[in-house]
Design a protein around this ligand. Structure first.
Ligand code: EPZ
Length: 428
C-alpha cells in the first residue's frame, strides 16, 4: 500500500506548467468513437483516468498510436462492439459518457450502472430522461444500462438540474439524431465548450455551448479532427490556493485566466495578491489572510472541485468563514481528516463553519476522493510536523506528476510503500 509523506512548514515558490484538463479529456476520449476518420489529441494529461479511458477504447476496438508524451492518434473506424468492460468502467464514473457516444454511433449501448462516489449520491436521472426524449428505449438489468435507439430524433429537453454529465451525454446522443435538439438549463463549464469545439471540428453542428441553451443539428457522419485539450482549471486553481495557503509566490503557466475568475476574485477578497496575464497567473501569499465566506455553484461560480482546497486555505485565515456546498450532498468527507490535523470545523448539512487562524499539525490522514486528497497534501505543507497520506491513488487519477510539481516549488513530498499496511489507529 502506498503513502505520501509530507514535510510541513513549506512555502511554495516558483513556476509550474499546468497540464491538460482531466474533465475535458474524459469527455473528449469517449466522444471520438463518433468519428470514422482519424482523431489526433494533444495536451492529454498522463493521469490514471485518461489511461483507463484509453484502455476502454482499445477494448472497444479503437486503434491507438502514440504521437508524443501527451499526444495520441486514434482510428475508431472499426469498432468491435457496444459493451465496454465492467472491470474498467467501474474505475471511473466518466465512462458513462459512452452511453451517449455508443448510442450515437451504433444506436445501441450497454454500459454498467456507474458507481457512487465519496461526494454523496450521484444520480443519472437527467441523462436517462434526455435519452428517452430522443427516442431511446432504456432497460436497466443485471447492473447494466441498456439503451436502444436506431433512429434517434431531435427533441427539446429541459434539464431539471444543471448537470455537466447530463449536458455532455445528451450533446453526444443528439449529435447524430435526426433534426434539431435543444438543451435548456444546460451546464456552462469550459470542458463542455472544449467538447463542443472538438465535435464541431469533426463535423458536428453544435451552437451555444458555454451558455444555458445548446442547439444541436444531427449530422450523419463525422471525420478527421486534430484537437488540443484545454488546460486544467481545477489543477491551476489547486496550485493558486496552495500558494496562498503556504504564504508562497507561485506562477501557474499555460492557463486560461477567464476559467479561473471565481478563484482569483475569492483570493483577492482574502487579501492575496493575484497578477493576471494572458496565459499565466501569479499568486503571492500574505501573512494576514482575511476570513471569507465561500459558496460553490456550477460554472462560472466557485467550483465545487476546489471547495476542499478553499477550506484548507480558510483554516489559515483569522476569523470565522462559512462554506456552503451547493452542488453535491456529501462533499465534506475531508473535514474529519482536517480535524485530525487540528482544524476547527463544524458541519451542518451543506454548510461548514471554519474557525481559522490556528496552525495545523501534521498527522496520519486518508484521501477520500481526488480533490480531498490534494487538499490534505496542501494542509500537510502548511502544518507543523509531518503528515502521512494514505490512499494517494485518488490523487493520481486527476493530477499529472503532482509530487514532482510541488517538490519543484519547494515542497518535500515522498512516496513510500507501506511494508506493514496496518491502520494508523493501531499502536505503532
Ligand atoms: C462533473 O461531475 C465533474 N466530473 C466533477 O468533477 C464536478 O465536481 C461536477 O461535474 C460538478 O462540476 C467530470 O467532469 C468527470 P453533475 P458530474 O452532473 O457530471 C446532480 C472531479 O473531481 N445530478 O454536474 O457527475 C448531482 O447529484 C469531479 O474532477 C442529478 O441530480 O456532476 C450533483 O448534485 C468530481 N441528476 C449535481 O447534479 C443527474 O442526472 C451536479 O452534478 C445528474 C446530476
Amino acid at each position: 500500500m502506498e503513502k505520501i509523506i509530507v514535510r510541513g512548514r513549506k512555502r511554495l515558490c516558483g513556476q509550474v506548467k499546468i497540464s491538460g484538463s482531466k474533465n475535458a479529456s474524459v469527455a473528449v476520449l469517449p466522444s471520438l468513437i463518433l468519428s470514422t476518420g482519424k482523431v489526433t489529441l494533444q495536451n492529454l494529461p498522463d493521469i490514471t483516468d485518461v489511461r483507463t479511458m484509453i484502455r476502454i477504447l482499445e477494448d472497444l476496438g479503437v486503434n491507438i498510436r502514440r504521437r508524443g508524451r501527451n499526444a495520441l492518434e486514434f482510428n475508431p473506424a472499426r469498432l468491435r462492439g457496444f459493451t465496454p468492460p465492467y472491470n474498467l468502467v467501474k474505475k471511473m464514473r466518466a465512462s458513462y459518457y459512452l452511453m451517449g457516444s455508443l448510442l450515437a454511433r451504433f444506436g445501441r449501448a450497454e454500459v454498467p450502472v456507474p458507481g457512487g462516489c465519496d461526494l454523496g449520491p450521484r444520480p443519472i436521472d437527467q441523462h436517462l430522461k434526455g435519452f428517452a426524449a430522443l427516442g431511446a428505449k432504456i432497460n436497466i438489468e443485471h447492473g447494466l444500462i441498456k439503451l436502444a435507439g436506431k433512429k434517434l430524433a431531435g427533441a427539446h429537453i429541459y434539464l431539471d438540474v444543471v448537470s455537466v454529465g447530463a449536458t455532455i451525454n445528451l450533446m453526444l446522443a443528439a449529435a447524430s439524431a435526426e433534426g434539431k435538439t435543444v438543451l435548456e438549463n444546460a451546464a456552462k463549464e469550459p470542458e463542455i465548450v472544449d467538447l463542443a469545439n472538438f465535435l464541431n471540428a469533426m463535423g458536428a453542428s453544435i451552437k451555444g455551448a458555454g451558455t444555458d441553451v445548446i442547439r444541436i443539428e444531427g449530422m450523419p457522419r463525422f471525420g478527421d479532427v486534430d484537437h488540443t485539450i484545454i488546460p486544467d482549471r481545477i489543477e491551476a486553481g489547486t496550485f493558486m490556493l496552495a500558494a496562498a495557503a503556504t504564504g508562497g509566490d507561485v506562477v501557474v503557466e499555460d492557463v486560461i485566466p477567464k476559467h479561473l475568475e471565481a478563484v482569483t476574485a475569492k483570493l483577492r477578497e482574502m487579501g492575496v495578491e493575484v497578477e493576471v496575464e494572458p496565459e499565466r497567473i501569479r499568486v503571492k501569499g500574505t501573512q494576514s489572510l482575511r476570513a471569507s465566506d465561500l459558496k460553490t455553484f456550477p460554472y462560472p461560480g466557485f467550483p465545487t472541485d476546489l471547495q476542499p482546497l478553499g477550506m484548507v486555505l480558510l483554516t489559515a485565515a483569522e476569523g470565522t468563514s462559512v462554506i456552503t456546498e451547493n452542488v453535491f450532498d456529501g462533499r465534506f468527507r475531508h473535514v474529519d481528516e482536517l480535524k485530525r490535523m487540528g482544524a476547527q470545523i463544524k458541519v451542518e448539512g451543506r454548510t461548514a463553519v471554519v474557525e481559522g487562524g490556528r496552525l495545523l499539525s501534521g498527522a496520519p490522514v486518508q484521501a477520500t476522493d481526488l480533490r480531498a486528497g490534494a487538499a490534505l497534501v496542501i494542509a500537510g505543507l502548511m502544518a507543523k510536523g509531518e503528515t502521512v497520506l494514505s490512499e494517494p491513488e485518488h490523487i493520481y487519477r486527476g493530477y499529472e506528476n503532482l509530487e514532482q510539481k510541488l517538490n519543484s516549488l519547494g515542497a518535500s513530498l515522498k512516496r513510500v510503500r507501506d511494508q506493514n499496511p496496518r491502520s494508523f489507529s493501531s499502536p505503532s
